[in-house]
Design a protein around this ligand. Sequence first.
Ligand SMILES: [Zn+2]
Ligand SMILES: [Zn+2]
Length: 146
Amino acid sequence: MDTSQTPRPGESLADYLVRIRKFKQMTQFELAIAAGIHSRSVGKIERGLTTKLNQKTLRGLAVALGVPQEFLEAVSKGQEVQLPQGVKFCHQCWSPGHAADPMWQSVKAKFCYLCGTQLQASCANCGELVVSTRHRFCPICGHPYN
Ligand SMILES: [Zn+2]
Ligand SMILES: [Zn+2]
């Protein structure tokens, strides 16, 4: 079972809502109460009859399901959720303060094409994402990136 709360590519609002509700082990009725909306409204969304949600419904469902409201908005608009992504780099080849090689940034790239070292996108010490290659040290814990 996929326990990820992130909408999958191409997942509809109805599919997403059902998947997260079942993951939370809630009935349509329980979800409706938690979200402060009518249980018939939940049923309509899950059957794909309602695809546009107003702000109140969005907020209510997000709180009830414990997911970010942006996730629900994205699926209801058929958009993909943009997750924050760190700058990927090879700690052997990259010199901090310089631009990271674009070859490392490919979504599929897991290893450095120059030396075969596993690429990293977060601080080796605290796990915070590396957001800028101009940083030489982790802004959270002070650990050097290289
Ligand atoms: Zn390398
Ligand atoms: Zn750190």
